[in-house]
Design a binder for this molecule. Structure first.
Ligand code: ADP
Ligand code: ADP
Ligand code: MG
Length: 498
């Protein structure tokens, strides 16, 4: 094929895409940000393009024009945007198209339509999908919001039309707090998305988040690869996911899957995509939104279905026909993904930065590791705190839980705190084990006391923070070779993970 694929992303997802590119015989090219000059993904690429983004306030991965310019200078054929960053930015997709670059994803028009939740919801109604009661479109101001809230009943949720990543959302419990919440949601949405439009939905108090993975080609063939349950969230952001979901019957699964396909077909969708649903306590489900990109948690679907989603994204972009038939899609066993974020679960998940003194991943059978870091990597404040994902397959749900717990025992990180002890607490909690957990699990049940020996990690974290502060911050692009080996904290770390 000899096509040149540029990855407009970083970390584990860049490595994941490189793997598919190589499998398909493409040359994989990545961008090197000066904000992270020594990142692991650079080692996996065939070519690295230097981006002079050191003095810029935004990293290269957010600079659409610069990426396209570099792509043209480097004879790039296709661009994979990964997730986050510009992956759901229709202007970027359009700019690629206008410059003859094959953007791996659906059409810019669809990205735009699905990116505005109120438009996506209208299109979902047309396809016959059920929607959470709420306003038809954006509400003008707090006064109009109050009228709607009166109609649908409190609590209500204010949501940013252009929202993503759980931002621009506010729960309103009573009329008195509408104005304040409206203002703060509006301000957050304006700052984050450059669009302050808000709409209103009935707030479901104990829901589950379920989503269906779909794949469609450019010839109208769409399939779904089953669901993922992503109810384990904090501040509307996913922390641990599983596939399939124990929360629905085969009949409801079939119904939700059929609707997802019908919706994708009705809008002429191609590439990989996700239809997100919210499931209420009484078993009713509603369409929530569609994500027009590869998702962080895609590996759980790959593990149970055996279908490589990134391979298909690339092949579909190249104009190949999707040869997997719906009748051939079978899922086997159960998969769980734990997001490894450098956040301190003991201290309200505050983000951690610094050196990764040492890191150790499990090597158990049935475990898949997607990581963006290694020994000596630096976690900077410039990017997201997710450094790795640990994905585990089991024969059934309980087997997957047991195997994930086993795998997490072998994870070790010296240098900073992570969400791994949090994931261990989740996996052992009766609400999770019984699959009764909802999106409120963290607020309802999580207590730092659930973490096993969290204090021991501190010594390693402190040592690394000092090294980071004194060495890295001064010479960001010239990493010191020496590490403080005198503190044998690795031994300590080993102990806490048992
Ligand atoms: P989902 O988890 O369903 O894929 P999110 O909205 O959580 O959806 O997706 C993207 C998240 O990943 C965002 O929080 C974004 O900040 C983060 N992100 C984007 N790009 C990267 C990256 N290369 N490495 C790590 N995290 C990233
Ligand atoms: P984003 O684009 O930020 O991912 P979503 O619409 O997908 O926004 O919502 C993110 C999360 O917020 C959901 O996974 C769910 O936990 C919660 N949420 C969204 N809508 C509702 C609702 N109407 N009631 C209760 N929770 C909701
Ligand atoms: Mg969402």
């Amino acid at each position: 094929m000899n096509k040149r694929l540029l990855i407009a992303n970083r970390s584990e997802i860049a490595i994941r895409i490189i793997r598919s590119a190589h499998k398909l015989g493409l040359t994989a090219i990545v961008l090197q940000s000066e904000k992270e000059p020594d990142a692991l993904y650079l080692n996996y690429a065939d070519e690295v393009i230097l981006a002079n983004d050191g003095s810029s306030d935004k990293p290269i991965f957010l600079d659409a024009e610069k990426i396209v310019q570099l792509a043209l200078e480097n004879q790039i054929d296709m661009i994979h945007p990964g997730y986050g960053f510009l992956s759901e930015n229709p202007d970027f997709a359009q700019l690629c198209e206008d410059n003859g670059l094959n953007f791996i994803g659906p059409s810019p028009k669809l990205i735009r339509e699905m990116g505005i939740k109120t438009i996506a919801k209208k299109m979902a109604i047309d396809a016959g999908l059920p929607l959470v009661p709420g306003s038809d479109g954006a509400v003008k101001d707090a006064k109009v919001a109050l009228e709607f809230a009166k109609k649908i009943g409190y609590p209500v949720l204010l949501k940013a039309s252009a929202g993503g990543g759980g931002r621009g959302m506010r729960i309103v419990e009573k009329p008195e707090t509408m104005e304040r919440n409206f203002k703060s949601a509006f301000d957050e949405a304006t700052a984050a998305f450059g669009n302050g439009d808000l709409f209103i939905e009935k707030y479901l108090e104990n829901p589950k988040h379920l989503e269906f993975q779909i794949l469609g080609d450019k010839y109208g063939h769409v399939i779904q690869l089953g669901e993922r349950e992503c109810s384990l969230q904090r501040k509307h952001q996913k922390l641990l996911e599983e596939a399939p979901s124990a929360s629905i019957s085969p009949r409801i699964r079939k119904k939700m899957g059929k609707m997802a396909v019908k919706f994708a077909e009705s809008i002429g969708y191609f590439s990989a995509g996700t239809i997100e649903y919210i499931l209420d306590e009484d078993g009713t489900f509603y369409f929530m939104e569609m994500n027009t990109r590869i998702q962080v948690e895609h590996p759980v679907t790959e593990m149970v279905s055996g279908v490589d989603l990134v391979d298909w994204q690339i092949k579909i972009a190249l104009g190949e026909k999707l040869t997997v038939k719906q009748s051939e899609v079978k899922t086997t066993g159960w998969a769980i993904e734990c997001r490894v974020n450098t956040e301190d679960p003991q201290n309200r998940f505050s983000p951690q930065t610094g050196f990764i003194e040492k890191i150790r991943f499990p090597q158990n059978p049935n475990v898949r590791i997607e990581t963006g870091v290694q020994n000596g990597s630096v976690v900077t404040p410039y990017f997201d705190s997710m450094i790795a994902k640990i994905i585990v397959h089991g024969n059934n749900r309980q087997d997957a839980i047991n195997k994930t717990l086993e795998a997490l025992q072998d994870f070790g990180l010296m240098g900073m705190k992570t969400t791994v002890p949090f994931c261990r607490a989740v996996l052992q909690h009766p609400e999770f084990v019984s699959a009764r957990y909802t999106t409120r699990w963290v607020t309802q049940y999580f207590k730092p006391e659930m973490l096993e020996n969290p204090d021991d990690e501190l010594i390693g974290a402190l040592a690394a923070t000092i090294i980071y502060a004194t060495e890295y911050l001064q010479i960001a692009s010239d990493l010191p070779a020496s590490r403080n080996e005198s503190l044998n904290v690795w031994v300590l770390n080993k102990r806490i993970n048992k």
